[in-house]
Design a protein around this ligand. Structure first.
Ligand SMILES: Cc1ncc(COP(=O)(O)O)c(C=O)c1O
Length: 399
Protein backbone atom coordinates (compact mmCIF):
# COMPACT_ATOMS: atom_id res chain seq x y z
CA UNK A 1 0.00 0.00 0.00
CA UNK A 2 1.43 3.41 -1.02
CA UNK A 3 5.04 2.21 -1.11
CA UNK A 4 5.97 4.85 -3.68
CA UNK A 5 5.35 7.52 -1.03
CA UNK A 6 8.32 6.32 1.01
CA UNK A 7 11.68 7.44 -0.37
CA UNK A 8 13.61 4.95 1.77
CA UNK A 9 11.73 2.04 0.15
CA UNK A 10 12.40 3.42 -3.31
CA UNK A 11 16.09 3.97 -2.61
CA UNK A 12 16.62 0.55 -1.06
CA UNK A 13 14.34 -1.99 -2.74
CA UNK A 14 15.89 -4.77 -0.63
CA UNK A 15 14.87 -3.23 2.64
CA UNK A 16 12.19 -5.12 4.55
CA UNK A 17 11.15 -2.96 7.44
CA UNK A 18 9.24 -4.92 10.08
CA UNK A 19 10.06 -2.76 13.12
CA UNK A 20 7.14 -0.38 12.98
CA UNK A 21 6.30 -0.63 16.67
CA UNK A 22 9.68 0.93 17.40
CA UNK A 23 9.31 3.68 14.82
CA UNK A 24 7.81 3.95 11.36
CA UNK A 25 9.14 5.09 8.00
CA UNK A 26 8.25 8.63 6.94
CA UNK A 27 6.36 9.48 3.75
CA UNK A 28 7.55 12.24 1.41
CA UNK A 29 4.68 14.49 2.49
CA UNK A 30 6.05 14.59 6.03
CA UNK A 31 9.59 15.37 4.89
CA UNK A 32 8.28 18.00 2.47
CA UNK A 33 6.32 19.72 5.23
CA UNK A 34 9.44 19.94 7.37
CA UNK A 35 11.56 21.40 4.57
CA UNK A 36 8.71 23.73 3.60
CA UNK A 37 8.87 25.20 7.11
CA UNK A 38 12.64 25.67 6.98
CA UNK A 39 12.75 26.88 3.36
CA UNK A 40 9.71 29.11 3.31
CA UNK A 41 8.79 30.48 6.72
CA UNK A 42 11.36 29.70 9.42
CA UNK A 43 10.42 31.60 12.56
CA UNK A 44 9.68 30.85 16.19
CA UNK A 45 6.09 30.14 17.24
CA UNK A 46 3.81 32.47 19.21
CA UNK A 47 6.42 35.20 19.51
CA UNK A 48 6.58 37.32 16.36
CA UNK A 49 4.43 39.93 14.62
CA UNK A 50 5.79 39.43 11.13
CA UNK A 51 4.32 37.35 8.30
CA UNK A 52 6.54 34.29 8.61
CA UNK A 53 5.99 34.09 12.33
CA UNK A 54 2.22 34.43 11.91
CA UNK A 55 2.32 31.68 9.29
CA UNK A 56 4.13 29.42 11.78
CA UNK A 57 1.46 30.12 14.41
CA UNK A 58 -1.29 29.31 11.94
CA UNK A 59 0.37 26.08 10.74
CA UNK A 60 1.23 25.01 14.29
CA UNK A 61 -2.28 25.59 15.68
CA UNK A 62 -3.85 23.84 12.67
CA UNK A 63 -2.14 20.63 13.80
CA UNK A 64 -4.22 20.62 16.99
CA UNK A 65 -7.32 20.42 14.78
CA UNK A 66 -5.78 17.49 12.90
CA UNK A 67 -5.10 15.67 16.18
CA UNK A 68 -8.68 16.40 17.21
CA UNK A 69 -9.90 14.74 13.99
CA UNK A 70 -7.70 11.74 14.75
CA UNK A 71 -8.83 11.10 18.34
CA UNK A 72 -12.28 12.77 18.28
CA UNK A 73 -11.99 14.93 21.38
CA UNK A 74 -14.14 18.03 21.87
CA UNK A 75 -11.63 20.90 22.00
CA UNK A 76 -8.20 21.92 20.66
CA UNK A 77 -7.43 23.24 24.17
CA UNK A 78 -7.12 19.60 25.22
CA UNK A 79 -4.26 18.85 22.82
CA UNK A 80 -0.80 19.50 24.27
CA UNK A 81 2.30 18.97 22.14
CA UNK A 82 5.02 17.08 23.99
CA UNK A 83 8.24 15.34 23.01
CA UNK A 84 6.47 11.97 22.83
CA UNK A 85 4.45 9.43 24.78
CA UNK A 86 7.08 9.19 27.52
CA UNK A 87 6.98 12.92 28.09
CA UNK A 88 3.16 12.93 28.05
CA UNK A 89 2.91 10.15 30.66
CA UNK A 90 5.47 11.87 32.89
CA UNK A 91 3.40 15.07 32.72
CA UNK A 92 0.28 13.21 33.82
CA UNK A 93 2.07 11.52 36.72
CA UNK A 94 4.14 14.45 37.99
CA UNK A 95 1.90 17.36 36.96
CA UNK A 96 -1.48 15.93 37.87
CA UNK A 97 -1.42 12.71 39.90
CA UNK A 98 1.25 14.00 42.30
CA UNK A 99 -1.28 16.63 43.44
CA UNK A 100 -4.37 14.43 43.34
CA UNK A 101 -3.35 11.19 45.04
CA UNK A 102 -2.90 10.70 48.79
CA UNK A 103 -0.65 8.17 50.57
CA UNK A 104 -2.25 4.71 50.49
CA UNK A 105 -4.31 5.43 47.37
CA UNK A 106 -3.82 3.03 44.52
CA UNK A 107 -2.78 3.05 40.88
CA UNK A 108 -3.47 -0.11 38.86
CA UNK A 109 -1.20 -1.04 35.96
CA UNK A 110 -0.14 -4.43 34.53
CA UNK A 111 3.13 -6.30 34.15
CA UNK A 112 2.89 -5.90 30.37
CA UNK A 113 3.28 -2.10 30.41
CA UNK A 114 6.13 -0.28 28.71
CA UNK A 115 8.71 1.32 31.02
CA UNK A 116 7.15 4.73 30.33
CA UNK A 117 3.95 3.58 32.04
CA UNK A 118 5.71 1.88 34.95
CA UNK A 119 8.72 3.90 36.05
CA UNK A 120 6.95 7.27 36.60
CA UNK A 121 4.42 5.51 38.84
CA UNK A 122 7.20 3.76 40.77
CA UNK A 123 8.90 7.11 41.34
CA UNK A 124 5.61 8.67 42.49
CA UNK A 125 5.14 5.74 44.86
CA UNK A 126 8.57 6.42 46.37
CA UNK A 127 7.86 10.11 46.72
CA UNK A 128 4.27 10.04 48.00
CA UNK A 129 3.64 6.53 49.42
CA UNK A 130 0.86 5.72 46.99
CA UNK A 131 0.35 2.05 46.11
CA UNK A 132 1.11 0.67 42.62
CA UNK A 133 -0.53 -2.71 42.02
CA UNK A 134 -0.87 -5.02 39.02
CA UNK A 135 -4.06 -6.22 37.40
CA UNK A 136 -3.45 -9.99 36.93
CA UNK A 137 -3.21 -11.03 33.29
CA UNK A 138 -5.21 -13.93 31.86
CA UNK A 139 -3.31 -15.68 29.12
CA UNK A 140 -1.09 -12.52 29.17
CA UNK A 141 -4.10 -10.29 28.54
CA UNK A 142 -6.31 -7.90 30.50
CA UNK A 143 -9.86 -9.10 31.08
CA UNK A 144 -12.67 -6.92 32.34
CA UNK A 145 -13.33 -9.49 35.10
CA UNK A 146 -9.78 -9.12 36.39
CA UNK A 147 -10.04 -5.34 36.24
CA UNK A 148 -13.24 -5.51 38.32
CA UNK A 149 -11.62 -7.89 40.81
CA UNK A 150 -8.54 -5.67 41.16
CA UNK A 151 -10.39 -2.44 41.93
CA UNK A 152 -10.48 -1.62 45.66
CA UNK A 153 -11.92 1.38 47.51
CA UNK A 154 -8.39 2.88 47.33
CA UNK A 155 -8.13 2.67 43.53
CA UNK A 156 -7.88 6.17 42.06
CA UNK A 157 -6.16 5.49 38.72
CA UNK A 158 -6.02 2.78 36.06
CA UNK A 159 -3.17 3.34 33.64
CA UNK A 160 -2.87 0.97 30.69
CA UNK A 161 -1.51 0.70 27.18
CA UNK A 162 -4.43 0.50 24.76
CA UNK A 163 -2.42 -2.00 22.69
CA UNK A 164 0.69 -3.59 24.23
CA UNK A 165 4.06 -3.42 22.54
CA UNK A 166 5.20 -7.04 23.00
CA UNK A 167 2.17 -9.17 22.11
CA UNK A 168 0.00 -6.43 20.60
CA UNK A 169 -3.14 -7.34 22.54
CA UNK A 170 -5.84 -4.69 22.63
CA UNK A 171 -7.33 -3.91 26.04
CA UNK A 172 -11.12 -3.50 26.53
CA UNK A 173 -10.71 0.23 27.10
CA UNK A 174 -14.34 1.17 26.50
CA UNK A 175 -15.57 -1.22 29.21
CA UNK A 176 -12.78 -0.14 31.55
CA UNK A 177 -13.68 3.48 30.82
CA UNK A 178 -17.26 2.79 31.88
CA UNK A 179 -16.12 1.16 35.12
CA UNK A 180 -13.81 4.08 35.85
CA UNK A 181 -16.56 6.62 35.28
CA UNK A 182 -18.94 4.76 37.63
CA UNK A 183 -16.31 4.60 40.36
CA UNK A 184 -14.62 8.00 39.97
CA UNK A 185 -11.32 6.47 38.82
CA UNK A 186 -9.01 8.31 36.41
CA UNK A 187 -8.29 6.36 33.21
CA UNK A 188 -4.87 7.03 31.71
CA UNK A 189 -4.23 5.36 28.35
CA UNK A 190 -0.89 4.88 26.64
CA UNK A 191 -1.89 5.07 22.98
CA UNK A 192 1.61 4.60 21.54
CA UNK A 193 0.68 1.35 19.79
CA UNK A 194 -2.99 2.06 19.12
CA UNK A 195 -3.35 5.60 17.79
CA UNK A 196 -1.14 4.81 14.73
CA UNK A 197 -3.08 1.64 13.91
CA UNK A 198 -6.75 1.92 14.95
CA UNK A 199 -9.59 4.42 14.76
CA UNK A 200 -9.76 6.09 18.21
CA UNK A 201 -12.53 8.07 19.85
CA UNK A 202 -11.46 9.23 23.30
CA UNK A 203 -14.97 10.28 24.27
CA UNK A 204 -16.52 6.96 23.32
CA UNK A 205 -13.73 5.10 25.12
CA UNK A 206 -14.06 7.23 28.28
CA UNK A 207 -10.36 8.16 28.36
CA UNK A 208 -9.24 10.92 30.75
CA UNK A 209 -5.63 11.19 29.54
CA UNK A 210 -4.14 9.77 26.32
CA UNK A 211 -0.43 9.75 25.44
CA UNK A 212 1.13 8.99 22.04
CA UNK A 213 4.19 9.67 19.88
CA UNK A 214 4.43 11.14 16.38
CA UNK A 215 7.29 8.93 15.23
CA UNK A 216 5.26 5.72 15.54
CA UNK A 217 2.64 7.07 13.13
CA UNK A 218 4.72 8.27 10.15
CA UNK A 219 5.77 11.52 11.87
CA UNK A 220 9.15 12.80 13.00
CA UNK A 221 10.90 11.81 16.23
CA UNK A 222 10.84 14.06 19.30
CA UNK A 223 7.19 15.03 19.11
CA UNK A 224 3.98 13.64 20.55
CA UNK A 225 0.69 14.45 22.15
CA UNK A 226 -0.89 14.57 25.56
CA UNK A 227 -4.66 14.65 25.35
CA UNK A 228 -6.44 15.40 28.61
CA UNK A 229 -10.06 16.19 29.41
CA UNK A 230 -10.22 19.97 29.62
CA UNK A 231 -11.33 20.11 33.27
CA UNK A 232 -8.40 17.84 34.21
CA UNK A 233 -5.78 19.62 32.11
CA UNK A 234 -6.88 22.88 33.77
CA UNK A 235 -5.61 21.36 37.03
CA UNK A 236 -2.37 19.94 35.59
CA UNK A 237 0.52 21.84 37.14
CA UNK A 238 3.17 22.67 34.51
CA UNK A 239 6.20 20.46 35.04
CA UNK A 240 8.30 22.75 32.85
CA UNK A 241 8.40 26.49 33.31
CA UNK A 242 9.76 29.17 31.03
CA UNK A 243 8.92 31.29 28.02
CA UNK A 244 5.74 30.89 26.06
CA UNK A 245 3.68 29.50 28.96
CA UNK A 246 3.47 32.52 31.27
CA UNK A 247 1.31 35.61 30.82
CA UNK A 248 3.30 37.67 33.35
CA UNK A 249 5.62 37.42 36.36
CA UNK A 250 7.24 39.91 38.68
CA UNK A 251 10.25 40.18 40.95
CA UNK A 252 8.13 39.11 43.94
CA UNK A 253 7.55 35.75 42.30
CA UNK A 254 3.94 36.33 41.29
CA UNK A 255 3.42 34.28 38.17
CA UNK A 256 0.40 34.25 35.92
CA UNK A 257 0.22 31.35 33.49
CA UNK A 258 -1.35 31.44 30.06
CA UNK A 259 -4.50 29.47 29.35
CA UNK A 260 -4.54 25.95 27.87
CA UNK A 261 -2.78 24.55 25.96
CA UNK A 262 0.11 27.10 25.91
CA UNK A 263 0.40 26.86 29.71
CA UNK A 264 1.76 23.33 29.26
CA UNK A 265 4.16 24.04 26.38
CA UNK A 266 7.10 25.92 27.92
CA UNK A 267 10.00 26.99 25.72
CA UNK A 268 10.39 26.96 21.96
CA UNK A 269 8.37 23.99 20.78
CA UNK A 270 9.47 21.33 18.31
CA UNK A 271 7.94 23.27 15.42
CA UNK A 272 9.24 21.08 12.60
CA UNK A 273 8.10 18.05 14.59
CA UNK A 274 4.59 19.36 15.13
CA UNK A 275 4.19 20.37 11.47
CA UNK A 276 5.62 17.03 10.30
CA UNK A 277 3.24 15.19 12.63
CA UNK A 278 0.37 17.22 11.16
CA UNK A 279 1.33 16.02 7.68
CA UNK A 280 1.53 12.46 8.99
CA UNK A 281 -1.98 12.72 10.44
CA UNK A 282 -3.32 14.02 7.10
CA UNK A 283 -1.69 11.04 5.42
CA UNK A 284 -3.14 8.52 7.89
CA UNK A 285 -6.62 10.02 7.68
CA UNK A 286 -6.45 9.98 3.87
CA UNK A 287 -5.62 6.28 3.83
CA UNK A 288 -8.03 5.59 6.71
CA UNK A 289 -7.23 4.02 10.06
CA UNK A 290 -9.72 1.19 9.54
CA UNK A 291 -8.09 0.37 6.18
CA UNK A 292 -4.67 0.32 7.85
CA UNK A 293 -5.94 -1.88 10.68
CA UNK A 294 -7.52 -4.38 8.27
CA UNK A 295 -4.35 -4.47 6.14
CA UNK A 296 -2.25 -5.30 9.20
CA UNK A 297 -4.68 -8.01 10.34
CA UNK A 298 -4.56 -9.59 6.89
CA UNK A 299 -0.75 -9.51 6.83
CA UNK A 300 -0.60 -11.08 10.27
CA UNK A 301 -3.02 -13.85 9.29
CA UNK A 302 -0.93 -14.62 6.23
CA UNK A 303 2.35 -14.50 8.17
CA UNK A 304 1.04 -16.76 10.95
CA UNK A 305 -0.17 -19.30 8.40
CA UNK A 306 3.24 -19.38 6.74
CA UNK A 307 5.40 -19.14 9.88
CA UNK A 308 3.42 -21.92 11.60
CA UNK A 309 4.83 -24.33 8.98
CA UNK A 310 8.39 -23.75 10.19
CA UNK A 311 9.00 -26.57 12.68
CA UNK A 312 11.43 -24.93 15.11
CA UNK A 313 9.69 -21.60 15.30
CA UNK A 314 7.63 -20.65 18.36
CA UNK A 315 4.87 -18.09 17.95
CA UNK A 316 3.61 -16.45 21.15
CA UNK A 317 0.65 -14.39 19.98
CA UNK A 318 -0.76 -16.04 16.89
CA UNK A 319 -4.38 -15.72 18.05
CA UNK A 320 -4.19 -12.02 18.79
CA UNK A 321 -5.75 -10.02 15.96
CA UNK A 322 -3.37 -7.21 15.07
CA UNK A 323 -0.18 -6.46 13.17
CA UNK A 324 2.41 -7.78 15.63
CA UNK A 325 4.10 -11.16 15.81
CA UNK A 326 6.24 -12.28 18.76
CA UNK A 327 8.39 -15.33 18.08
CA UNK A 328 11.62 -17.18 18.76
CA UNK A 329 13.53 -19.87 16.96
CA UNK A 330 13.96 -22.73 19.42
CA UNK A 331 17.39 -22.71 21.01
CA UNK A 332 18.40 -19.40 19.43
CA UNK A 333 18.80 -16.17 21.40
CA UNK A 334 16.36 -13.63 19.95
CA UNK A 335 19.08 -11.10 19.23
CA UNK A 336 20.98 -13.67 17.16
CA UNK A 337 17.83 -14.17 15.10
CA UNK A 338 17.58 -10.40 14.56
CA UNK A 339 21.22 -10.24 13.48
CA UNK A 340 20.64 -13.16 11.12
CA UNK A 341 17.60 -11.45 9.57
CA UNK A 342 19.55 -8.23 9.24
CA UNK A 343 21.95 -10.13 6.99
CA UNK A 344 19.00 -10.36 4.56
CA UNK A 345 17.99 -6.69 5.09
CA UNK A 346 15.05 -7.66 7.27
CA UNK A 347 14.62 -5.35 10.24
CA UNK A 348 12.93 -6.78 13.35
CA UNK A 349 13.27 -5.93 17.01
CA UNK A 350 14.67 -8.39 19.56
CA UNK A 351 14.76 -8.19 23.33
CA UNK A 352 12.29 -7.36 26.08
CA UNK A 353 10.89 -4.31 24.25
CA UNK A 354 11.07 -2.08 27.37
CA UNK A 355 8.39 -4.25 29.02
CA UNK A 356 10.86 -5.66 31.49
CA UNK A 357 8.43 -7.17 34.01
CA UNK A 358 6.30 -9.02 31.44
CA UNK A 359 8.77 -11.92 31.68
CA UNK A 360 7.30 -12.66 35.14
CA UNK A 361 4.02 -13.49 33.40
CA UNK A 362 5.23 -14.74 30.02
CA UNK A 363 8.11 -16.88 31.35
CA UNK A 364 10.21 -15.83 28.37
CA UNK A 365 12.81 -13.14 28.74
CA UNK A 366 13.25 -12.05 25.14
CA UNK A 367 11.37 -12.32 21.88
CA UNK A 368 11.75 -11.25 18.28
CA UNK A 369 9.01 -8.88 17.23
CA UNK A 370 7.70 -8.29 13.75
CA UNK A 371 5.39 -5.29 13.52
CA UNK A 372 3.61 -4.37 10.30
CA UNK A 373 2.41 -1.09 8.90
CA UNK A 374 0.55 0.09 5.86
CA UNK A 375 3.46 -0.27 3.41
CA UNK A 376 4.30 -3.90 4.27
CA UNK A 377 3.39 -6.65 1.80
CA UNK A 378 2.82 -10.39 1.58
CA UNK A 379 5.89 -10.60 -0.69
CA UNK A 380 8.01 -9.30 2.18
CA UNK A 381 6.53 -11.98 4.42
CA UNK A 382 7.41 -14.61 1.77
CA UNK A 383 11.02 -13.43 1.88
CA UNK A 384 11.03 -13.55 5.70
CA UNK A 385 9.72 -17.13 5.60
CA UNK A 386 12.28 -18.13 2.97
CA UNK A 387 15.08 -16.84 5.19
CA UNK A 388 13.71 -18.35 8.41
CA UNK A 389 13.22 -21.73 6.71
CA UNK A 390 16.96 -22.05 6.35
CA UNK A 391 17.65 -20.90 9.87
CA UNK A 392 19.96 -23.87 10.38
CA UNK A 393 22.44 -21.44 8.75
CA UNK A 394 21.93 -18.97 11.54
CA UNK A 395 25.20 -19.53 13.36
CA UNK A 396 27.20 -19.54 10.11
CA UNK A 397 25.81 -16.07 9.41
CA UNK A 398 25.83 -14.67 12.93
CA UNK A 399 29.21 -15.91 14.14
C1 LIG B 1 3.48 0.94 24.56
C2 LIG B 1 4.53 2.02 24.51
N1 LIG B 1 4.47 3.03 25.39
C3 LIG B 1 5.37 4.01 25.39
C4 LIG B 1 6.40 4.04 24.49
C5 LIG B 1 7.37 5.16 24.52
O1 LIG B 1 7.32 5.94 23.37
P1 LIG B 1 8.40 7.09 23.11
O2 LIG B 1 9.73 6.45 23.28
O3 LIG B 1 8.11 7.54 21.74
O4 LIG B 1 8.14 8.15 24.15
C6 LIG B 1 6.51 3.01 23.55
C7 LIG B 1 7.64 2.96 22.60
O5 LIG B 1 8.08 1.92 22.17
C8 LIG B 1 5.55 1.97 23.56
O6 LIG B 1 5.59 0.96 22.68
Amino acid sequence: MNREDFTILQQDPNLIYFDNSATTLKPKKVLEKITEYYNQYTANAHRGDYDNSLRVDEEYEKVREKVQKLIHNPSTKEIVFTSGATDSLNMVVFGFMRYHLCPGEEVLITKAEHASNVLPWMRLKEETQIEVNYIPLENHQVTIENVKKSITPQTRVISLAHVTNVLGDERPIQEIGKLCKERGIYLVVDGSQSVPHLPIDVQKLGIDFLAFSGHKMLGPTGVGVLYGREDLLEQLVPTRLGGGMNASFDSEGTVDYKSLPSRLEAGTPNIEGVLGMGAAIDYLLDVGLETIHQHEIELKKYAVERLSQIPNLELYNKDIENGMIAFNIQGVFSQDTAVYLNHYHICVRAGNHCAKILKEDLNIKNTCRISFYLYNTKEEIDELVRVLEKSEDIFKVVL
